[in-house]
Ligand binder design. Sequence first.
Ligand code: GLY
Length: 593
Amino acid sequence: MKRFLSAVSVTCLVASVSWAQEAADGVAPEMGSVLSMQVPESLQNSLKSKISGEPTKAKDWMVAAAHPLAVEAGAAVLRDGGTAADAMVAVQAVLGLVEPQSSGLGGGAFLVWYDAQTGEVTTLDGREMAPLAATPRLFLGRDGEPLKFFEAVVGGRSVGVPGTPMLMQEAHRKWGRSQWPSLFDAAITHAEEGFTVTPRMAASVARDAERLASHPVTADYFIPNGAPLAEGRQLDNPEYAASLKMMAAQGAAPFYTGKIAADIVDAVQNASNPGVLTGVDLALYQVKERPAVCMDYRAHDVCGMGPPSSGGLTVGQILGLIQPYDIAGLGPDSAEAWRLIGDASRLAFADRGRYMADNDYVPVPSVGLLAADYLAERAKLLDGSAALESVAPGAPEFDHALHYADGESYAQPSTSHISIVDSYGNALSMTTTIENGFGSRVMTNGFLLNNELTDFSFRSHRDGVPVANRVEPGKRPRSSMAPTIVLKDGKPSLVVGSPGGSRIIGYVAKTIIAHVDWGLDVQQAIDLPHLVNRFGTYDIESESAAMEFGEPLTGMGYKVNARDLNSGLHAISVGRRLQGGADNRREGLAYGE
Ligand code: GLY
């Protein structure tokens, strides 16, 4: 595909569309960005690679993340003999400072881990949890209709129990080698001495200024003296430094039973649109180790995050549905390849909307959804040459009685992704989030609190039939985050993930297909323009070569929508050497030695 062609007309024909899902996608995304920021001297080669479209190469270890200072902190840990889990702690601590709109100590994350010693893949679920006092009506108005998105998001109502601090501690406890307190050094230094506000952060603040102004603590930080933080400004965050020092000294405990926990409860209960979170909710929180969800795809094992994320199952279904077709032979320039991928994605999203939720509350047919015979039968639906007129959930094999209605939730394109391979051969893929850009806009102790509860379906029932992803006390909202490790012959071959709301699934699937089927290196696979279809409308990346597909896809019967698709893919391929790629659509880098 050639990049940057002029726009072609992208008028609409109707393929069947789920009105509710389409409406739920109507809210504007988090800001994209161009790379025009200060990069530490030691990472200049990575910057050159990224700009030239070459992967970054290394022998022993590599880290790819959304901000150069976070990459620098992770690299220092890996260089000193730390593991990928150690490096993740350092990376996350810095990201919470320099990319506060996307992830942080007030949010949640999912982590996929390949253990070089055992050869096994496992996952950690650090997803936020609904308070015990939350009910299925949390996001319904007095009239029983769903609230408007930002009415639900801004304030205390949307805040779930954060999982990220405990996940950092748990990953270090299981797989770390470095001294825990040392992992916070870089973040504390930057928080005390200041860092440079990036173009993306400044643009995000400017765009959200009105909502950020609605909470005084948040306004003081992001809009000091009434002026949104400008690009290039030096910004310190002494309160964040104090939180990190407490975490370095005491672990995650202060966030769940200590001073910070009390401040979180106070902030949530006294915010506008107050929430029902209590100290008991925080004290009860646990990170859960869960089995990875793996899909056999063209002699690879694609392993990702199972419920409460829909990421692993939906990426797995897309790959399983295109498996019978010659995607490699068709190649990335073929509209037919994108028809197959797009309609496979629609079929997978139909199952996602019906069946996927927190399986500690709802029996999710995870095995049935990835069963070879189920997918082979469903793949026959793709046999034609035009867009499917309508798409409905299938009937996977299931060992519980089941009757659910389709959900209606908004998953916003915020979030951040970290990929790391260490010198011991371990691999880590972690997607981390506070949900919407700037989360709930409620801030305490130098970090923002998430609005993750709005990842639940706002509508609890349809015609008396419950939605699987409805709010329930203590439940975790369904996610689209898809941290993934692809294995070949039992060893990691690709570590990948992205932010991007429910489009994460399409971004990750595309990158795997581009690498496995089309033989692109990681940077080429990331750079390949996006075409994503979830609910009928084919989103194609504006100002890219994807625009060439507007006419052929329209001719096949798709409604086509050209738009900014700001993924933030970070990937590492593992072969004789490590090769890293970072998404040009955001500000991250890959670096290794
Ligand atoms: N809040 C983004 C996700 O979990 O999918």
